[in-house]
Write a protein of this length. Structure first.
Length: 212
């Protein structure tokens, strides 16, 4: 019996050979290595068809069966190529984000909103120049994922926090005034940009949409 390797598993392709009985509720399918010898594939396909009950198309030609293998392989390899390209792009993004900081320590805590108890993550990011910046990452009910500074964004601020926004192509901090609404406080520092880029890429909710 041939030894199965990770590479072989990645080449496995499962596809449809025929409907049977009452249609496609229980089709006849086959799983093969897409690098299989065509004659071996034909033999396996016919064995699967012949050993199945109520097959609607039992007498398919070699050309018909080989065409099904070809289409399945094209679909499989196309998806694999797309996945590899997506992973390469993500790995490059992670590499770029991690190179912008020295380290990050993440602590899991809890917060309560309208949807009940939710997880919150405190990220303490050490920047390349040694500055340490702390951010809270939360998934807020009916709003989405937000990352807020766990520090005062100005010396005269009365409380911690702020919301990142984009103004004229520049990343800025905004704060909220109950009387006048949201207003711009200041641009983000280069360390804040590097720290946030890391959290947006590698944070606990990185796969979710982050509100800025």
């Amino acid at each position: 019996m041939a030894k199965t390797t990770n590479e072989t598993v990645e080449r496995l392709v499962k596809f449809y050979l025929s409907s049977r009985g009452w249609g496609d509720f229980c089709p006849v399918e086959i799983t093969v290595d897409y690098e299989i010898d065509p004659q071996d594939y034909l033999a396996q396909a016919r064995e699967v068809i012949n050993s199945s009950h109520d097959v609607d198309f039992p007498n398919q030609t070699d050309e018909e069966l080989l065409e099904k293998l070809k289409k399945a392989v094209e679909l499989k390899t196309g998806k694999d190529a797309a996945k590899k390209a997506e992973k390469a792009a993500y790995d490059a993004k992670v590499k770029n984000a991690t190179e912008g900081i020295s380290s990050c320590v993440t602590t899991e805590t809890e917060t309560i909103d309208e949807d009940g108890v939710r997880k919150m993550y405190l990220h303490e990011v050490t920047c390349l120049d040694g500055e340490v910046l702390s951010f809270k990452e939360r998934n807020i009910f009916d709003f989405g994922v937000v990352v807020n500074p766990a520090y005062k964004i100005t010396d005269d601020a009365t409380k911690e926090g702020g919301l990142e926004s984009l103004k004229d192509g520049i990343r800025v901090w905004q704060d909220f005034n109950p009387g006048t609404g949201w207003y711009t406080v200041r641009p983000l520092s280069s360390n804040e940009i590097d720290a946030l880029n890391y959290i947006y890429t590698c944070g606990k909710y990185a796969s979710s949409s982050i509100r800025m």
